[in-house]
Write a protein that binds this ligand. Structure first.
Ligand code: NAG
Ligand code: NAG
Ligand code: NAG
Ligand code: NAG
Ligand code: NAG
Ligand code: NAG
Ligand code: NAG
Ligand code: NAG
Ligand code: NAG
Length: 348
């Protein structure tokens, strides 16, 4: 099937009410097969068909054109049209100036008046509703910035301290706040905070602000990573006895894990003074799935035999001596839970 025949077929599916034979001139959005505009999309949606991508664009008032990647089924929204950009060629992409497209495609959303950071959706009553997809940051942007759940915008006010604001799920921007990056800053800024999981701004990603879920223990302002999968170290070291430590949380020292800390752990002594097990090694399972962290690729354990998972969220193996090393961490880009799963500092 050629691409246009396929597109025509999709149009037919969408326009079930029409009895006309589908012809290019009637309902087809004007697409530029094999072309793309060379710009920055303000919004990206995955797993859409080309026509759904065109309709998605119609549902947001900021959108004027799309690039669509046929291979990856990814839809990119632009607030500009092809005349404003360099147009490139690639057989796996399509560009369309959606402003030229037949309005029938959008159904009741064709003449919606949702604000630019809202998406029009057709309701079961065959009218429409508006749902937030991001925030507007006047005066610099006319298109919405997406929800910044795991990053945040730097405020451009004159403050000497770095201040950030986040986009709430209801489409409003938070006020600019001095955003804590450590539990100790949290305690200094907001005295009444309780122990708990917080979104903090640990600085990892070379200048990019990332939010990470960190457990703050307010007394002593210690930082921990709460674990969701079994983690343990079994050391056959202490006077040749064997002890097994299982962790509920691991202590963070900056961007390092300190495995010698036993604040949130339980220790069981398996054998004591048993010369048969007097071999001097440490067996470990570090499993950081469902946390903001992965094991950094900079770790270097020469006396060891370790198996890493593909994305370095887990490491299982053995250190061949009794020195338990610190573990360098990196930011886990794949971990994107709801913002509501931890406290946003401010304690409001
Ligand atoms: C065309 O796009 C595909 C998919 O995004 C990409 O893999 C490929 O490298 C691109 N080709 C050129 C010549 O840019
Ligand atoms: C949208 O169009 C419908 C008819 O197609 C009309 O009844 C309605 O008032 C229009 N809404 C706006 C906001 O223009
Ligand atoms: C959509 O229609 C329903 C039922 O007629 C009505 O209750 C609702 O207020 C309408 N919504 C809008 C935005 O017009
Ligand atoms: C939007 O959500 C934030 C955070 O939940 C809340 O503080 C704010 O009052 C809400 N704003 C509106 C207009 O609902
Ligand atoms: C250590 O304890 C954990 C949790 O109870 C268990 O899964 C693991 O098998 C134990 N390791 C050894 C060597 O006994
Ligand atoms: C852990 O993450 C997986 C997906 O990566 C998810 O299915 C699971 O529900 C998460 N578990 C917890 C305890 O959050
Ligand atoms: C995982 O971490 C180890 C050691 O820190 C490193 O050698 C390896 O390259 C990392 N793998 C990936 C996929 O980052
Ligand atoms: C034990 O292992 C660590 C890390 O692999 C290494 O730095 C240290 O030199 C080793 N100690 C002995 C006594 O071999
Ligand atoms: C490393 O550990 C794996 C799995 O436990 C084991 O199969 C392998 O033989 C070990 N390699 C060495 C060199 O000890």
């Amino acid at each position: 099937m050629s691409f246009f025949v396929f597109l025509c077929f999709l149009v037919k599916l969408v326009l079930v009410s029409t009895h006309k034979t589908c012809s290019v001139n009637d309902y087809l959005p004007s697409v530029n097969d094999g072309k793309f505009i060379d710009g920055y999309p303000y919004y990206t949606v995955k797993n859409l068909q080309i026509l759904q991508c065109v309709v998605f664009c119609m549902r947001n008032s900021a959108c004027r054109s799309i690039n669509y990647n046929k291979q990856m089924k990814v839809c990119y929204l632009f607030e500009t049209v092809s005349g404003q950009h360099t147009v490139g060629s690639n057989s796996s992409v399509v560009h369309s100036d959606v402003t030229d497209s037949p309005q029938q495609l959008a159904g009741p959303c064709w003449n919606h008046s949702c604000p630019a950071n809202y998406l029009c959706s057709v309701t079961k009553f065959n009218n429409y509703s508006c749902n937030p997809i991001g925030c507007l940051v006047p005066p610099d942007y006319s298109a919405p910035v997406p929800f910044l759940e795991f990053g945040s915008r730097e405020c451009t006010d004159a403050s000497t301290q770095p201040r950030v604001q986040m986009c709430h799920e209801n489409g409003t921007l938070s006020a600019c706040v001095n955003y804590p990056s450590t539990c100790s800053q949290l305690k200094k800024n907001y005295r009444d905070c309780q122990d708990g999981e917080y979104w903090l701004h640990h600085s990892f990603d070379h200048g990019v602000q990332r939010l990470q879920k960190i457990y703050c223990q307010m007394e002593g302002t210690s930082e921990f990573v709460t674990l969701y999968h079994p983690n343990s170290i079994t050391s056959s070291c202490h006077r040749c006895g064997v002890s097994n430590v299982t962790f509920q949380r691991l202590r963070l020292q900056g961007t390092n894990l300190d495995l010698t800390d036993q604040e949130f752990s339980s220790v069981s002594i398996l054998t004591q003074q048993n010369t048969d097990t007097c071999t001097g090694f440490v067996q470990f399972t570090i499993d950081l799935r469902n946390t903001s962290f992965i094991i950094a690729s900079t770790n270097n354990w020469p006396h060891s035999n370790v198996t890493f998972s593909a994305n370095n969220q887990t490491a299982i193996g053995r250190w061949h001596n009794c020195t338990i090393p610190g573990i360098y961490l990196d930011f886990n880009k794949e971990y994107q839970p709801k913002m509501t799963t931890a406290i946003v500092p401010g304690c409001y």
